[in-house]
Design a protein around this ligand. Structure first.
Ligand code: RNT
Ligand code: ZN
Length: 418
C-alpha cells in the first residue's frame, strides 16, 4: 500500500494525517544523554558505583567514556530519529578544562559551554538535572539528610544548577526543564518518616530561592515510590512531590516518571488528573519491568496510552514537557537509545492520527458499544505507511533500514573503544 492509499484510509475516519505529521514535527522531545555511558557522567571517577537506588545492568562493549565519544554517539542517534529533539543533560556531565575540576556545589555555566555549542550547532534546546547521586557527599541522604553540612552542599548544588539552567535557556532560546530527583530514602522501616520530608521540603525551598525566570526555567520535582536499597521509604514520595508542586505553583511543576509507581498504577491516567490542576507538567517516559528497571521504551499499550493522553489533553501545546529516561547496558546503546526515541515518536504520531473528537462524542453519548468497536478497528489502520512517510520527510531511515548503520558505526567504535 502506498502512503496516498493509507492517507485515504485515515481520511475515511475523518483524520488528516498531514496535520498530525506537521504537529508532531514541532514538538520537542528531550533525549537523555545518560543512555550513552550508563549514567556515569564525567565529573568523578567513572568507575565509582551508580548510587541513588538506580542501576544499569549489562556489560555490552562500546560505552562512551569521554564527552567527545558521547557527542559522537549522540550524533548517530540524532541522525536516526525523526522529529524535534532537545538534549537532556545531568550536572555530572560537566566538561572541565584541564586542571579546572569543580565539585558539584561550585559548578558554573562555563562547564556546560561545550554542550551549548553542541546544541547550537544542531539547533537543539536543552533540559537539565542536578545530580544528587553517585557522589561522596551522599551520606547516603542528600537534601533530606539530618547533617546540615551535607544538606547545605546539595542545596548549593541545586542553586548552581538553576543558574546553569537559566544559562542554557538563554543561550539556546528555549525553556529549560530542570528536574529535581534524589534517591533519598531507607532500606528498612524508618524511625522517622516526617523529619526527612520536612528537611527535603526546606531544602527545595532553599534551592528555589535562587533567582530564575519561571518562563524560561521550569524546575520540576520528580517523585518515586522506591529504589534498590531504599525499598522501605523514599523522602520524595508521590504525595510529597505532588503536594510540593501544588503548593509552589509559581515556582515549579510536578514530574511523573512511569517507572515510579506501583505496577498497576498508570501514568496515562494521572496525566489528565494532574492537568485538571496544573497548567504544566513534565514526564519521564520509560519502561518498568516489575520494578523501575528503566528498560528501553517500546511501542506498547501504556506508551501509546500516555501519548494519547498527551495529545488529547492538548499537551503538545506546551503544557506537557516530554523527556525520556531509560538506560540499558546489555545491548548496543545507540540502538537502545534510537529504538526508544523512535517508539515515543511513533506513539505520538499514532495518537495524532486517532479521531479523538469522534471517539469522545461516542463516550459523551453513552454509546460504549460503538466506542469499543471503533477503538478496536482503529488498531489495524495502515499506520506503518504514515510512519514511513514521516521518516522520509525527516530524511531519517525508515524501519528496517537503520540497524545496519548502527552496526557499521559499532564496528568502527569497537576498534577504538575495545
Ligand atoms: C531515577 C529517576 C531519575 C534518573 C535520571 C538519571 O529513578 O528516574 O530521573 O533516572 O535523573
Ligand atoms: Zn526519571
Amino acid at each position: 500500500m502506498s502512503f496516498e492509499e493509507a492517507k485515504a484510509k485515515y481520511r475515511a475516519w475523518g483524520v488528516d494525517v498531514e496535520t498530525g505529521m506537521d504537529r508532531l514535527g514541532k514538538v520537542p522531545v528531550a533525549l537523555h544523554c545518560w543512555q550513552g555511558d550508563d549514567v556515569r557522567g564525567f565529573d568523578t571517577d567513572p568507575d565509582k558505583p551508580l548510587t541513588g537506588g538506580i542501576q544499569t545492568t549489562g556489560n555490552y562493549p562500546g560505552r562512551a567514556r569521554t564527552p567527545q565519544e558521547l557527542m559522537e554517539d549522540l550524533d548517530q542517534v540524532l541522525a536516526l530519529c525523526p522529529g524535534t529533539k532537545k538534549l537532556n543533560l545531568h550536572a555530572s556531565y560537566a566538561i572541565f578544562q584541564p586542571g579546572q575540576w569543580a565539585d558539584r556545589d561550585s559548578l558554573e555555566p562555563k562547564h556546560f559551554q561545550e554542550w551549548v555549542n553542541f546544541c547550537k550547532e544542531r539547533s537543539l534546546g536543552a533540559d537539565f538535572n542536578p545530580t544528587f547521586f553517585s557522589h561522596e557527599k551522599c551520606d547516603p541522604l542528600t537534601l533530606s539528610s539530618p547533617n546540615q553540612e551535607t544538606r547545605r552542599f546539595w542545596i548549593r548544588h541545586g542553586r548552581a544548577c538553576i543558574r546553569i539552567s537559566q544559562y542554557l535557556a538563554e543561550e539556546l532560546g528555549q525553556e529549560c526543564v530542570m528536574n529535581i530527583w534524589t534517591g533519598d530514602g531507607f532500606k528498612d522501616i524508618p524511625a522517622d518518616r516526617l523529619g526527612p520530608r520536612q528537611r527535603y521540603r526546606e531544602s527545595i525551598d532553599e534551592i528555589l530561592k535562587e533567582p530564575y525566570d519561571f518562563r524560561k526555567v521550569k524546575p520540576c520535582v520528580e517523585s518515586k515510590v522506591f529504589g534498590i536499597g531504599v525499598e522501605a521509604y523514599t523522602a520524595g514520595s508521590g504525595e510529597f512531590s505532588l503536594l510540593y508542586a501544588a503548593m509552589n505553583r509559581d515556582k515549579c511543576i510536578p514530574l511523573m516518571d512511569n517507572g515510579h509507581y506501583h505496577p498497576t498504577e498508570m501514568v496515562s491516567d494521572k496525566i489528565p488528573a494532574l492537568l485538571a490542576f496544573f497548567p504544566e507538567i513534565a514526564l519521564h517516559i520509560t519502561r518498568p519491568i516489575r520494578w523501575d528497571s528503566d528498560h528501553v521504551v517500546l511501542l506498547d499499550d501504556e506508551t501509546k496510552e500516555i501519548c494519547k493522553e498527551i495529545v488529547r489533553c492538548g499537551g503538545l501545546e506546551g503544557s506537557v514537557k516530554i523527556a525520556l529516561d531509560y538506560f540499558d547496558a546489555s545491548i548496543n546503546r545507540i540502538a537502545a537509545w534510537t529504538v526508544g526515541f523512535r517508539n515515543v515518536q511513533k506513539a505520538l504520531l499514532w495518537a495524532l492520527v486517532t479521531p479523538h473528537q469522534a471517539l469522545k462524542a461516542l463516550q459523551d453519548q453513552g454509546d460504549f458499544t460503538s466506542l469499543l468497536v471503533r477503538q478496536e478497528e482503529l488498531k489495524t489502520l495502515p499506520f506503518g505507511e504514515i510512519w514511513a512517510e514521516y521518516c522520509r520527510r525527516w530524511k531519517v531511515p525508515e524501519d528496517g533500514q537503520w540497524l545496519e548503520r548502527v552496526r557499521e558505526y559499532e564496528h568502527i567504535v569497537r576498534k577504538e573503544r575495545g
